[in-house]
Design a protein around this ligand. Structure first.
Ligand code: ADP
Length: 301
């Protein structure tokens, strides 16, 4: 599978420019789309699933222009939106049945089998006759996933995957997606939570103010922050000063003040020791540079 996004821009009728000339190629596997709130992630996702038209630019799925092949494209897509509304009167089973019909599964027997199997996969078989809107938060999320996967999609788009899930549900959700990502399928996870990306995605993109700020592997982004993360112990006076100068990513109270981690090319006048960066450090470093309009050069590997 190949998804090609070419020079995509979106300006809403009120003048908000949500996407600005974004070009990106995504191949099979798990792909992370990261960016702060308002960066344009949902706008991009909604264009990809043909719910929204771009102002300019195009998207191709395996060479097919999505604006010209809407029906074909919809039959290969699974979309799990951020705020998922359930029709109040449907049971879990009926809800999935409705979704399956909408995605074009016409044969009753095939559809029934697929629904039963999907209910087992997401652990909702026992809850099949319960009203969907009475399920717990985690169960609702799983029903959303089941709905997105019922037509065996080739491209799965998940907006803010783990918001509102407890740790157990998060793990379960990730494992479910990893199992699927072994096939020739593209899974796009859109999130503002760095940890959701690091453990699962081979490739990622960073959106900032509607622009593509980074595209590559999480490891390469982490490498770019090497030598820029500093650990030090400060008192409260120093804490005030340093947090005005540099982003502080970790603050741990200790006897004589705080042990902190700071993101900076050079933390002087403060002195610290280097810490190995993780994706969160790298994200903060990158966004800080980006907001100051500094381009950082990341070597191709
Ligand atoms: P994200 O998903 O990264 O939080 P969004 O795509 O929701 O970002 O929003 C990107 C920008 O577009 C924001 O400035 C937001 O306020 C604006 N925006 C989103 N939806 C609309 C809309 N329907 N009308 C006008 N502006 C919008």
């Amino acid at each position: 599978m190949k998804l090609e996004i070419q020079n995509l821009s979106k300006k809403y009728p009120n003048g908000n420019k949500a996407l600005d000339d974004v070009s990106l190629t995504i191949e099979s596997g798990m792909f992370g789309l990261l960016g702060p709130n308002g960066a344009g992630k949902s706008t991009l996702m909604r264009i990809l699933v043909t719910l929204l038209e771009p102002s300019s630019g195009s998207v191709f799925i395996d060479g097919l222009d999505i604006s010209k092949h809407r029906d074909d494209i919809r039959s290969v897509l699974g979309y799990l939106p951020q705020d998922f509304r359930f029709f109040s009167n449907l049971t879990t089973f009926e809800f999935l049945d409705y979704g399956a019909r909408l995605s074009g599964m016409k044969d009753n027997k095939i559809r029934n089998n697929a629904i039963h199997q999907m209910l087992e996969t997401v652990g909702l078989y026992e809850a099949r006759d319960r009203k969907a809107n009475k399920l717990s938060g985690g169960m609702k999320r799983r029903l959303g996933i089941a709905q997105a996967l019922i037509n065996d999609p080739r491209i799965i788009i998940v907006d803010e995957p783990t918001t509102g899930l407890d740790p157990e549900e998060r793990i379960r959700f990730r494992n479910l997606l990893s199992t699927i990502s072994n096939r020739d399928v593209i899974i796009i996870l859109s999130t503002h939570i760095v940890a959701d990306i690091s453990s699962t995605c081979k490739n990622m993109a960073l959106l900032s103010n509607g622009k593509l700020a980074y595209n590559g592997s999480p490891e390469r982004l982490i490498d770019s922050a090497k030598g820029k993360i500093w650990q030090m112990t400060v008192n409260s006076d120093e804490m005030d000063k340093i947090s005005n100068l540099f982003p502080v990513t970790t603050t741990i109270p200790v006897d004589d003040g705080w042990e902190i981690e700071v993101v900076a090319d050079d933390p002087s006048p403060f002195v610290g020791t280097h810490v190995e960066p993780n994706l969160e450090h790298a994200y903060v470093y990158f966004m800080d540079k980006n907001s100051n309009n500094q381009i950082i050069d990341i070597d191709e590997k």
